[in-house]
Design a protein around this ligand. Sequence first.
Ligand SMILES: [Zn+2]
Length: 223
Amino acid sequence: MTILAGVSVLLLFSCSNPFAERTSESIGKDSVILSDILKQVDSIAGWSQIDFEKLGIIAKMAYADTANFMHEKIYPCAKCFLRPEAAAALIKAADIAKKQNLRLVIYDCYRPRVYQQKMYDIVQNPDYVAAPGNGSKHNRGLAVDIALADASGVLLDFGCAFDDFSEKAHYTYQGISEQAKSNRKKLRDIMVEAGFEPYKNEWWHFNYSTVSYPSDDFLWNCN
Ligand SMILES: [Zn+2]
């Protein structure tokens, strides 16, 4: 039912909305299938959008750019949607970071479920990208990929980049500097205090598991 509704909405927008064209271009050969599934919406009930500027958060939304492991821009623009409880926890994390003279750097929030398959097909390792069957908490608006920067916006050293899907990304990986280990702990402490759970295989990934929601497939409007 919702998928059919999504298709009708998309058909209505497909000729006049430049955003729809950009999406198709960026998704390339998968565009027909993805366009059939993604629901394009103007307002999203039951979700909260994070106001980067108001919270002093640095938005590095990786999939709204080509600087990611797929080298492909898959989101039409950089927006961060979360379920309200996770959004409240993220606001708390931003506040805790601020008190330590630090700023949050966000790489990903809600991720439409349809993209989970695309990412999984490339990485093919459930340690780093959740299998599409159950999906990821990103698909439910209950996960964030995040780092820390100093007050002037310079990214702290975490020992490896976000999206480094190797053992270097493991929280307890020993082959990094003491400073990087300390920064990983600093990030983890802030996020845990705010109510998130860490993920051992990726220093940047945090789940909000106090509530549960279904996966979704809406794609935000950039206007
Ligand atoms: Zn993640």
